[in-house]
Design a protein. Sequence first.
Length: 366
Amino acid sequence: MTPDLECTDLTKRFGDTTAVENVSFSVPPGSFFSILGPSGCGKTTIMRMIAGFLEPSRGDILIKGRSVLDVAPNKRPVNMVFQHLALFPMMNIADNIGYGLRRAGLQKSEINRKIEEALDRIGLPGIGSRKVDELSGGQKQRVAIARCMVLEPDVLLLDEPLGALDLKLRERMKVELKSLQAAFDTTFVYITHDQSEALVMSDTIAVMNEGRFEQMGTGRDLYYRPDSAFVAGFVGDTNRWHGRIERQDGERIEMRTDSGMVLRGVTHGRALAAGDHADIFVRPEAIMISHSEQDLSHFDNRISGQVTSLLFNGAASRVLIGGTAGGEEIEVNLPQSGEFASLSKGSYVHIGWAGDQGNCFSAGAA
């Protein structure tokens, strides 16, 4: 099956600065593909090259199997939703959605039909006569997508479209965007620095850092089997320790941290040996907590400390454990029911986790 979008060896330089270097990926038809990375990593540059606003220094961009390098931005079968939506405040909703159709020279009856179909698909039938400032933030977001989708692009590009919304609306729009993508059955390419957005909505995620893709995969792949220390630290919350490997047996290692603690972890096939500097990452939800050290005797890693903070966050809350032998503060995620309810600030507790929950990567000396 021909990908809706394929980029090969995509590179963009600005003078002596390389913003994007040798990036290759393909997006199957009808999928939701996200590029996730910190500000300045190059993700917006990739999107602007796909849209035609920037010319690559090297590489190719194919849509439905055809190179679009020689195609002007307004002739490419893509459309783009920006963070600030760019709806026309002097036009009503129907005129906003139909703007591109009028520019394309369609008959008025055809334009009206497509507008009504689009409003039905975004769940806002009958609001065509309303003004933009009469809509909520989420409704504006859906109208902006409808305005793009009536032109039936092969690929819709979304440039951090939820960034300007408040937290509660942003959470709701994650689900709505995924539903809209399925309703229109169109390939979405989404860029964001928000890992939660990417994990919730995407079929495939590319994690980007300093102009390159570090890893591509499903959200579960990236979260549970990261390929690099950057991905392990960027995707999801994590505890991190730096140190030197003292023992190595197959994939299992024993590391002494810089603060003197001995921790056990696994390499997942990465080339690590005794004497190497390394980082171990452990997810907060992988750590168990108890008032009794005996309850945790079956764990490879066990530490004692005191509760320094209880951070209530609804069903899943966080506990920060300090006063450990290594001096680090350790984050633990717990459900609100159960052990969390019996804790208080200053409580002396024991924590533990299995060795295979410690993901180990090579690292430079501290």
